[in-house]
Design a protein around this ligand. Structure first.
Ligand code: GDP
Ligand code: MG
Length: 813
């Protein structure tokens, strides 16, 4: 608990100090150190400050400062501060091999707190943060060779040398100013969560730009260790860096790492622990010298701020002073409650004016310049650039791949290769899985007696799940391609190639990456649009991403193209994807014209060097997606198939009645079969015309009739709302028959679809809004339910119109 929560007269023991280095130092000087007893003596009438008794002195602390000190009741602390559990014991606890769980039972809440280190990963985009995170926390987060892959903080925990380390992977930023959403996110995380230690991942072969962020961490005075990542690339270049010396100059330990091969990471963790225990010799707090003119303006401001006792203690005074000079919006927000903020603002404004007049640049630019000056000075002494031009191969590849004439055909070829592989290679394992499920179905039929239970198992669950599970190979292949494109750096080139086109749509090259990612899953794709600075471009990108056909729609598309256009399946599939893109483009243009003004944000995007994708990262990525898919099959889809089965099985047809009706209506000749037999046949082929689901299907039929759909495809469309895979599993339930034939055959022979109506169905499913999760993502990212509603209505209308056009044209042909 926090010291500020201690009641009058209570005594507790200090276990942790947070806040920036200067604050910690000051209160440590006063006796607030770990293991020390502290008693709350007197709460002042205004509840602030509070008088504490520590180390034989009475000390006043303000409530918000006391909140930075973590304490535990004496009994807990005694157990707790007794010699730490041996290293072996704790590290075994993770799997509990050897200690039979005894450790974890002793592992009380308090022990956990004391041995917990909260670590945050901060660094430029594409500097390998997520690779470090995955390697350390043994996670499968998504790495990609372009900026802006991680848009949310991800947390993982692991045990190391007696400590529990909570590691947070933050979005990549070039600085911690308050411009882009990521920067604000990282800043808020540091301010509110106050991680104990920061791992700053820095691209070793690109020190100058990467260390800029480090200088900001220096200003913030947070305990930091630099991971000189991609050290292999530095060596390949033939460059040299005296990182020990560089670290000493910057007051930050630096550890070379190659995250993707797990190199240097133990040393990195050891340093984290050293920093936490205060046993590192390199770390020291330095002040970057901003030069006389700027320093002269910092001095009076920080002197004034120093006197205030309501200054937030997360960051040091000098940092706040710098930020006020820079007129930083976030800092102004954080300081808004300070009594003297107005006076400081005036001081800062005057200071900034003086900097402007003397240096001919606004304060922010001047301060940035000074930072780079500091970095250059430090590098001059410690860094020797390599003789080899490591970017040569990247430039060579780019000459081909990003070529004016070849770029586009190459991109189309890659797309074509992707879809062909999905079809050709995916077909074999698909067949095996199909056989497996048919076999399981048969076994169950022989074991379970005929009736509702058997029907639920065989025609409901097994056939529903089976029809979705068969697409696992295809989805793996799709993600193999996406993963290779991302990791090699090709994805960023695709954005580059497409920028011109995107610009014509009134969008940004950056919007292309979410769109491409949309082929995988719309939800992360929509989240990836966060990296787009301009709000209007961001909203448009979010709204058009659902037209990118996601992997959940793939099974439907494959099933129907395979069944009705077997000769040109890959081509039709690619055509559908292109149609989705075209509709997206048209929508973007429309939105730009109708709602938003022109976007003038310049196109700034990093083109990373080409990198060999690693087998591990690729397999990880594929496995992650595959396991998500399987999880979805086991949950949403399983549940939905049961519901759909129920709706399609009940109410049972009054068998004699139904048969009689058919005979009367002339559908079946009487005499040859009994009424019961006729009704039985009807249900054997999976169709129960009396069922609830049939009613539902019939209800929507009028709307769907103009696009060539009957009540059964209507049911499929309705059930696609929670998740698109359900179309296939619904069809699996509806068309499952006891025959040996696959669902493809069943569809073809059912007579429900002609190529013409199948095409219309495909187009409808393609453009219809993807799923509830996507709508939720749209609502989140645009910050408005109205846009989500717009998306539902608009996409449904567009889907209908296009399906109608396709159906009509099909009729003319
Ligand atoms: P993030 O954006 O900072 O999270 O960076 P990622 O972890 O997504 O990595 C970006 C790219 O760099 C990926 O293609 C990684 O495979 C690659 N990468 C990461 N660490 C290393 C490394 O130490 N050496 C090399 N050569 N590549 C790396
Ligand atoms: Mg990342």
């Amino acid at each position: 608990m926090k010291l500020s929560e201690l009641k009058n007269g209570e005594t507790a023991v200090i276990v942790r100090l947070s806040g920036h280095g200067g604050f910690r130092k000051r209160i440590m000087e006063m006796g607030f150190i770990r293991g020390e007893k502290v008693t709350s003596v007197l709460d002042s009438p205004m509840h602030d400050p509070i008088k504490y008794y520590v180390m034989g002195y009475e000390v006043l602390l303000r409530r918000n400062e006391a909140a930075m000190i973590e304490v535990l009741p004496e009994e807990d602390a005694k157990r707790e501060l007794s010699p730490a559990p041996t290293y072996n014991c704790i590290s075994l606890c993770e799997s509990c091999a050897g200690c039979n769980g005894q450790c974890s039972t002793n592992y009380s809440n308090s022990t956990e707190r004391r041995n917990v280190i909260n670590v945050a990963l901060v660094g430029n985009p594409n500097s390998g943060k997520t690779s470090i995170f995955n390697a350390l926390a043994n996670k499968n987060e998504h790495v990609g060779n372009y900026s802006g892959v991680t848009v949310d903080a991800k947390t993982g925990s692991f045990n190391y040398k007696g400590y529990r380390i909570n590691l947070t992977d933050l979005p990549g930023t070039y600085s911690i100013a308050a411009y882009s959403p990521e920067e604000i996110y990282v800043r808020r995380h540091l301010f509110e969560q106050m991680p104990d230690i920061i791992i700053n991942s820095v691209v070793a072969s690109n020190l100058e730009r990467n260390l800029y962020l480090t200088t900001e961490l220096i200003d913030m005075n947070i305990r930091t260790v630099v991971a000189l990542n991609m050290y292999d690339e530095l060596l390949a270049k033939g460059a040299e860096v005296d990182y020990v010396h560089l670290g000493a100059m910057m007051g930050i330990p630096m550890i070379p790492t190659v995250a993707r091969n797990n190199k240097g990471l133990d040393k990195l963790l050891d340093t984290v622990i050293e920093l936490f225990e205060g046993k590192n010799n390199t770390i020291r707090h330095i002040h970057i010298n901003y030069g006389n003119i700027i320093e002269e303006q910092i001095a009076p401001l920080s002197a004034a701020m120093h006197k205030a006792d309501d200054l937030p203690q997360q960051f040091p005074v000098r940092y706040w002073a710098l930020k006020l000079l820079e007129n930083d919006k976030e800092a102004l927000r954080d300081l808004d409650n300070c009594l003297e903020i107005e006076r400081w603002k005036t001081l800062a404004e005057n200071g900034a004016k003086r900097i402007q007049s003397q240096m001919g640049a606004d304060a922010e630019t001047a301060i940035n310049g000074a930072k780079y000056g500091f970095i250059n000075g430090a590098l001059q002494e410690t860094y020797r650039p390599g003789a080899k031009d490591s970017n040569r191969h990247t430039r060579r590849i780019d000459r081909l791949v990003a070529n004016r004439w070849l770029g586009f055909p190459i991109f189309l070829f890659v797309m074509w290769a992707m879809f062909s592989s999905v079809f050709l290679l995916g077909a074999y394992p698909q067949e095996w899985i199909e056989k497996l499920f048919t076999h399981i179905g048969e076994c169950v039929s022989t074991i379970v007696p005929q009736g509702a239970v058997q029907d639920l198992l065989v025609n409901g669950i097994i056939s529903g799940i089976g029809s979705v599970a068969v697409f696992i190979p295809q989805i793996l292949i799709l993600y193999l391609f996406i993963s290779l494109m991302e990791d090699s750096g090709y994805m960023a080139r695709a954005a580059f190639i497409m920028d011109k086109l995107m610009h014509k749509m009134g969008l940004h090259g950056k919007s292309f990456i979410p769109m491409l990612m949309g082929f995988g899953c719309n939800v992360p794709a929509i989240m990836a649009s966060r990296t787009i600075e301009s709000r209007s471009s961001r909203i448009i990108t979010v709204l058009i991403t659902p037209f990118m056909s996601c992997s959940a729609r793939l099974p439907v598309l494959i099933l129907f193209t395979g069944a009705f256009f077997p000769q040109n399946a890959a081509l039709v599939l690619m055509g559908l994807y292109l149609l989705g893109i075209a509709v997206a483009i048209a929508t973007a243009r429309l939105l730009r014209l109708a709602k938003f003004h022109k976007d003038e944000t310049p196109f700034v995007m990093e083109l990373p060097p080409y990198r060999w994708p690693t087998l591990r990262a690729t397999l990880r990525h594929m496995w992650e997606k595959c396991s998500q898919y399987i999880k979805k099959i086991g949950t949403v889809i399983l549940l939905s198939t049961v519901v759909i089965w129920f709706l399609s099985y009940y109410p049972r047809p009054n068998e004699a009645e139904s048969g009689k009706r058919k005979v009367e209506s002339g559908m079946v000749e009487s005499g040859s079969q009994s009424f019961e037999q006729i009704a039985e046949e009807e249900t054997i082929s999976g169709i129960n015309e009396n069922s609830f689901i049939a009613m539902l299907g019939h209800a929507v039929e009028p709307v769907l009739a103009p696009i060539g759909q009957n009540w059964r495809s209507g049911i499929a469309i309705i059930t696609s709302i929670p998740a698109k895979e359900l179309v296939v599993s619904t069809l699996g339930v509806l068309y499952s028959s006891d025959s040996e034939e696959s669902i493809t055959e069943d569809l073809r022979t059912s007579g429900d679809f002609t190529p013409r109506s199948a095409a219309a169905f495909l187009v409808f499913i393609l453009l219809f809004f993807p799923c509830i999760a996507t709508v939720a993502a749209i609502s989140n990212e645009t910050g408005s339910k109205l846009w989500a509603l717009f998306s539902i209505v608009y996409n449904t209308a567009v889907a209908w119109v296009f399906a109608f056009v396709v159906y009509t044209i099909g009729g003319l042909l």
